[in-house]
Design a protein around this ligand. Structure first.
Ligand SMILES: *Cc1c(COP(=O)(O)O)cnc(C)c1O
Length: 377
């Protein structure tokens, strides 16, 4: 049988390995010069918006909501068509997560649904750039700001993309990235929070590092001694180590090449599958410049599960992204009910992510295409 094709995987080059071993031989393993370098390298891809490196995309969301001041009684309006962390991190801070439905074509948060869901208690509207296609960020930003809320963009899928000519990272008050191996670039585990506001950045940096205050001018007890650091607000240790930041800087140099290859594979799938009865290929909106993290094929007539099982049996590692977040029992137990967001539920019922990562060859892609065609006969 042919090799198993995963749905996603990292691409690590000799240069990436050399960048990591150089740090391993140096003086710093954790917080050293590679962190600051990675943060400034990342800012070159966000239109100059500063970045705070953290240990995962989940940590980035937790830090971003903490920076936004989410606490009990605050509402976060978000999309259910996402990995559970987008909602879970807000809930962990005591926030009340309000799911608003997605648009039928892109699976991204529907501005009309978000507008209907915001109240005077809404502190954050959190959009997700599903599959790497930016959400309707201008409209969502207006809706958030008109209600005194912040716009958060979960850009775990879309680092390197842009919307209406402006790069992801420059479009929302807070943007979060994930550098998990299947994402568009990797640091093994890792993530970042990007923000234009000095206050949000300071709060994000504080939460990343236990809330420790080192600046004497800001301390309550500055005369305690030269060693003294003090905590004013609780935080966690979400520091991304130097070793992994070095990998991140090296991977960023390859991001344009990754994006190009992902786009080629995406186009090859669409060209071969768009005329096939029984499936829908992904939509692209005017003004969107996606970085395709996923290829979300939609399988009609209730045949998604059968096609999933067929492809898996052929050694093709398809995936489903995502079960609507409120279907997770943890949300069900809080009283969230099925039926709340019909577009998201329909999208989930049809969605099948085909293998998509830079090292896929055209022959690999054609093998997937042939098996899909074979299934529909
Ligand atoms: C991957 C992902 C996350 C979480 O990132 P981790 O680095 O795995 O913690 C959050 N949101 C979305 C949309 C993701 O795809």
């Amino acid at each position: 049988m042919a090799d198993f094709l995963p749905y996603g995987r990292q691409s690590v080059s000799d240069e990436d390995i050399a960048a990591v071993t150089e740090v391993l031989r140096g003086d710093w393993l954790t917080t050293g010069p590679a962190v600051t370098r990675f943060e400034s390298d990342l800012a070159e891809h966000t239109g100059g918006t500063p970045a705070v490196a953290v240990t995962s995309g989940t940590a980035a969301l937790h830090v971003a909501y903490a920076a936004a001041g989410i606490g009990p009684d605050d509402e976060v309006v978000t999309s259910p068509m996402t990995f559970v962390a987008t909602a879970a991190t807000a809930a962990l801070l005591g926030g009340n997560v309000v799911f608003a439905d997605v648009e039928a074509d892109t699976g991204n948060l529907d501005p009309a649904a978000a507008a209907a869901a915001v109240t005077s208690r809404t502190k954050v509207v959190a959009a997700v750039d599903y599959a790497g296609h930016p959400a309707e960020l201008d409209e969502l930003g207006r809706i958030a700001h008109d209600n005194g809320a912040l716009l958060l963009e979960d850009a775990a899928h879309s680092v390197g993309g842009s919307w209406q000519g402006r790069p992801v990272g420059s479009l929302a008050d807070l943007t979060t990235f994930s550098f998990f191996p299947t994402k568009n670039l990797t640091t093994a585990e890792g993530g970042a929070v990007v923000a234009g506001s000095d206050e949000l950045l300071a709060r994000a940096r504080g939460f990343r590092n236990h809330g420790l205050v080192r600046d004497k001018a800001a301390q309550r007890y500055p005369d305690e001694g030269a060693w003294h650091q003090e905590v004013h607000e609780f935080g966690l240790n979400y520091r991304l180590p130097d070793v992994l930041c070095a990998l991140g800087s090296s991977q960023l140099r390859r991001l344009a090449e990754f994006k190009k290859r992902r786009a080629e594979i995406h186009a090859r799938y669409t060209a071969a599958l768009s005329s096939l009865d029984g499936v829908l290929t992904p939509a692209v909106r005017e003004g969107a410049d996606p970085v395709w993290h996923l290829y979300p094929l939609r399988v009609l007539e209730g045949r998604r599960r059968a096609l999933f099982d067929h492809l898996r049996a052929k050694g093709i590692g398809v995936q489903v992204n995502y079960i609507p977040a409120y279907w997770h029992p943890v949300f069900e137990d809080l009283g969230y009910r099925r039926g709340m967001c019909p577009n998201a539920e329909l999208y989930y019922g049809q969605e099948l992510s085909l293998p998509l990562f830079p090292a896929l060859t055209d022959a690999d892609v054609d093998r997937v295409i042939d098996e899909v065609h074979g299934f529909f006969g």
